[in-house]
Ligand binder design. Structure first.
Ligand code: GLP
Length: 253
């Protein structure tokens, strides 16, 4: 089997990164209005969501038939908590576009039975026909969704423990690191790898080392995003800072 070729696009700014990613979503929904989108949280996809909101308000994109599945959610956390990913997604995207609320899927951060919640999430993705386009960010340690280093490459949606470094990185949104939940529910590496197209976004120098290792290092559980080298249809969209440690030559826009 030939090694899949990853597409790497290096853009001039964080805003351009968002525009490029939003255009790929727009193209997909134009070709397949009922596409299934996998969505990410964090500061990275915010410019993508802002651009999608703009397109939606200007009637350049239609989400009315689109189905969404978010990657992950803290556990435990109430949906009413302003730091929940449920709240983030409504604040940044869902409230501003014409997506049908019944088509929105976010893992329940307060599920009584989190194991059953994860199993039914996997089932729902399958029933929806699988994910057409998965948007990903990347943690400073190379994590994707909440698949921390060491996550099995075949893992499915499950309860995970957050790394201390992730708790510290994400504490910027909470009053203190103690307030960051220590666990999360997260799509697995195997779940993400089944998406038909994966777009990983990264911006800023803090991500440069993780990006270098993901694209140019070995495929290893130690750097979860490195598994994307084996994905048949994966696009990295990076700003110059995130791409600054790459040795190979890639498309510059
Ligand atoms: C969190 C999320 C990831 C995200 C990462 C990076 O841990 N679970 O999905 O990619 O943070 O966040 P940011 O984009 O804010 O750097």
């Amino acid at each position: 089997m030939n090694k899949p070729v990853m597409k790497v696009i290096i853009v001039g700014s964080y805003l351009e990164m968002g525009e490029r990613a939003a255009k790929l979503v727009q193209q997909l929904l134009h070709d397949k209005p009922n596409a299934v989108l996998g969505l990410a949280t964090g500061s990275t996809p915010e410019s993508t969501y802002a651009e999608l909101v703009r397109m939606s308000q200007e009637k350049q994109i239609d989400f009315s038939h689109t189905v969404t599945f978010n990657l992950d959610e803290y556990y435990p956390i109430a949906r009413s908590n302003s730091q929940s990913y449920w709240d983030f997604m409504h604040d940044k995207l869902f409230r501003h576009i014409n997506v049908n609320p019944q088509h929105i899927h976010v893992l329940h951060g307060e599920a009584q039975d989190p194991v059953a919640e994860c199993a039914s999430y996997e089932e729902a993705i399958g029933k929806a026909g699988g994910i057409d386009l998965q948007i990903l960010g990347i943690g400073n340690n190379g994590h994707i969704a909440f698949n921390e280093p060491g996550s099995p490459l075949t893992s499915r949606t499950r309860v995970v423990q957050l790394d201390e470094s992730t708790i510290q990185a994400n504490s910027r949104y909470f009053s203190s690191a103690e307030d960051v939940p220590k666990q999360a529910l997260s799509m697995g590496m195997g779940t993400i790898m089944e998406a038909r197209h994966v777009i990983l976004l990264a911006s800023g120098a803090k991500k440069a080392d993780a990006i270098r290792q993901s694209l140019e290092g070995p495929v290893t559980e130690a750097i979860p995003a490195s598994i994307l080298q084996q994905h048949p249809n994966c696009t990295f969209i990076l700003d110059r800072e995130a791409a600054s440690l790459l040795k190979n030559t890639y498309e510059q826009v």
